[in-house]
Design a binder for this molecule. Structure first.
Ligand code: AMP
Length: 353
């Protein structure tokens, strides 16, 4: 199915990713419709229409699906029942398997391992007793909830001698995994896109630096050997094909001397792909819209070196200084700058030598 101009693309979730998707869709002549409980959601400010209701409001979900020609999403944690209600009336891209795989860290790691990709050593932690056995065996590690973790939330670094009962309780006894600690030289990510006919295009891998568990900067080109970039792009393509994926997917990796380790996948446009807005003719947002609309992918080749920096919380107060710095400024229209909240980002073009 190829969507014609004027067709409506529905977006579940109205945050900054939804906002930038809506702008890209609008540039291609599509209408956009946002579903988000928050009446001042960043994406709703730039869309043609918005439904503000909870994800268990079946009447609102039905009206939303009837309004849309295709539905996509900007976050992973959409309740299954909401997706069932929408999918009965309107196609959803990326598909349900991609979403289910990335919603649960254990399912995700099993999927990646079955594909022959390397993950950090991991084991399921269903109760405190599992952790008591696994912690000494792993020599410590990172305890992560299986579901609903983001930006380092729902995670705890543990030493081999830490109290397993207290650690499990600190995550509210939620089903979790314990991951072995990886000593990586750097973190990179690949933003990859796939269409219904199986065409794949990957952006140049970016190098990521986190601060307090939140992405701080992404820089392209990454300072890793070409063969590491090739391995990363091949792994991302393999994941897309295995999921019969349509849209943009982000894959995060740890680079170690021995192996490229997949950390996690995100079935959506990704913060570490924001550099593409000023480094490529076709950015990740347009690429995603093209894929879900049944269009061919565009030219995602990098034409410049770029550093993307997130503006978190009060960082946004630097906007007047940044406005004269030559950086491209992207703000999300959020009213209140709370600590840890992503308020915008800047892309600095770095002259190529
Ligand atoms: P995640 O939410 O899984 O992306 O983790 C957030 C950040 O924590 C990652 O970007 C890494 O910097 C760090 N991290 C996560 N898992 C591991 C691991 N197994 N070993 C070392 N660092 C990790």
């Amino acid at each position: 199915m190829t969507l014609a101009q004027g067709a409506t693309i529905g977006i579940l979730g109205g945050g900054q990713l939804g906002r930038m998707l809506a702008v890209a869709a609008s540039r291609l002549g599509f209408q956009t419709c946002i579903f988000d409980p928050n009446t001042n959601a960043p994406a709703a400010q730039v869309a043609n229409e918005a439904f503000h209701a909870s994800y268990d409001d079946s009447d609102a979900l039905t009206a939303f699906a009837n309004r849309c020609d295709v539905v996509t999403y900007e976050f992973e944690n959409i309740p299954t029942a909401a997706l069932d209600a929408i999918e009965a009336l309107c196609p959803i891209h990326p598909n349900r398997r991609a979403l289910a795989t990335s919603q649960d860290r254990l399912v995700e790691k099993d999927f990646l391992t079955d594909l022959g990709l390397t993950c950090a050593p991991y084991t399921a932690i269903d109760q405190g007793g599992d952790l008591a056995t696994a912690l000494p065996a792993f020599g410590g590690g990172i305890l992560k909830t299986r579901r609903f973790g983001y930006d380092g939330k729902g995670q705890q670094r543990l030493g081999a001698d830490d109290d397993p009962t207290a650690a499990f309780q600190a995550l509210n006894d939620a089903p979790a995994i314990l991951e072995g600690l990886i000593e990586f030289s750097c973190e990179i990510s690949v933003i990859a896109a796939r269409t219904t006919d199986g065409s794949v295009a990957c952006y140049d891998p970016g190098q990521n630096v986190h601060k307090d568990g939140i992405l701080h900067t992404t820089t392209v080109p990454a300072t890793v050997p070409a063969r590491v970039k090739t391995d990363a792009v091949l792994a991302a393509s393999q994941i897309l094909n295995a999921l019969d994926y349509v849209g943009v997917l982000g894959v995060e990796f740890f680079v170690t001397p021995g192996a490229l380790i997949v950390n996690e996948i995100a079935p959506r446009v990704h913060n570490s792909g924001h550099w593409t807005q000023n480094g490529c003719a076709i950015d990740q947002f347009e690429q995603h819209i093209r894929a879900v609309a049944g269009w061919p992918l565009g030219n995602g080749q990098r034409h410049s070196d770029v550093e993307m920096e997130n503006l978190i919380g009060d960082d946004v107060d630097r906007v007047s200084e940044l406005a004269t710095s030559g950086a491209a400024i992207h703000l999300y229209g959020k009213a209140e700058a709370r600590p840890g909240r992503k308020m915008g980002h800047v892309n600095r073009i770095i002259p190529t030598k």
